[in-house]
Design a protein around this ligand. Structure first.
Ligand code: 13P
Ligand code: ZN
Length: 271
């Protein structure tokens, strides 16, 4: 059996959480990540018949029975993951009942998965239904994206349009735009269901005055999506109080989307 600490998926989780912490997006225990793993790959590192303990999830995820995820722990600090993955991360398999997580590795100090597991797993189900290569859900509190929530209308078309205007490549990176939820109580099945409903349409969902969810094929791709939104929000926050002299025009955004061949939200432009 190979050393789990050398597994690419553990190393990638360490690198991603460390990056996010250093960028200031994930203060204290803010943010969480879930990453759908390949069973055959995990079997090289863990005995899949050895369940350390079982943890009820509090909701049913029939579509994910038997699926294995590596998930950040609740209350754990992204700052600490790199130096202590076994306490801060866990590898879980959704049991046959669809409502229990079987712990295969991690949460070594008796901890458990993120309180946002409903939003993560329900979003995985939603994304997998539209793209069977989706493997990653990331939740984070990026500073400028959050700041923008307080000074910009929380309207999907207007918010997306403003972000697209801030960096030339935004419309190419997230042509599907960003979905937005109003402020809601976090950690609940209800915010999970609402997030997942948005995830059928968007790979990025803002939780009003809380943070953002991103979905993608890999940790890199999903991180890059959130990073691009955050960069655009930063440009917005640096310029919102200044007179706007120049802007990227809607016809230029259309030109970009067409040149790069992306299927964009045409109804989010004003042409
Ligand atoms: P957890 O510590 O349970 O992952 O929660 C952090 C968070 O960002 C809640 O939205
Ligand atoms: Zn949060």
């Amino acid at each position: 059996m190979k050393n789990i600490l050398e597994a690419p998926f553990v190393k990638e989780m360490c690198a991603t959480t460390a990056n996010m912490y250093r960028l200031g997006w994930d203060e204290r225990n803010g943010g969480n990540i879930s990453y759908l793993l390949d069973e055959n790959e995990v079997a090289q590192y863990l005995d899949l018949n050895e369940v350390i303990r079982t943890i009820p999830t509090g909701f049913e995820a029939k579509e994910l029975i038997g699926r294995i995820f590596i998930v950040t722990g609740t209350g754990k600090y992204f700052k600490n993951v790199e130096n202590d993955p076994e306490n801060n991360l866990g590898i879980i398999r959704i049991a046959k009942d669809g409502t229990t997580a079987e712990l295969l590795w991690g949460y070594a100090d008796g901890g458990k998965f993120t309180s946002e597991l409903p939003a993560h797993l329900m979003s995985h189900v939603a994304r997998l239904s539209v793209d069977n290569e989706n493997r990653v859900i990331i939740h984070s509190h990026p500073t400028n994206t959050l700041a923008m929530n307080f000074v910009h209308e929380l309207d999907e078309k207007k918010f997306t349009h403003t972000l697209w205007e801030m960096c030339t490549e935004c419309i190419v990176v997230f042509p599907d735009g960003v979905g937005i939820l109003p402020w809601m109580l976090c950690g609940t099945n209800s915010i999970g269901e609402t997030t997942a409903a948005k995830m059928k349409e968007f790979r990025l969902v803002i939780w009003g005055m809380h943070g953002i969810y991103g979905a993608g094929k890999s940790l890199d791709e999903t991180f890059g999506l959130i990073e691009t939104v955050e960069k655009a929000a930063q440009i917005y926050m640096l310029t919102a109080h200044l007179p706007r002299i120049n802007t990227i025009k809607d016809k230029e955004m259309k030109e970009l989307a067409e040149f790069f061949g992306v299927d964009y939200r045409k109804d989010f432009l004003n042409l």
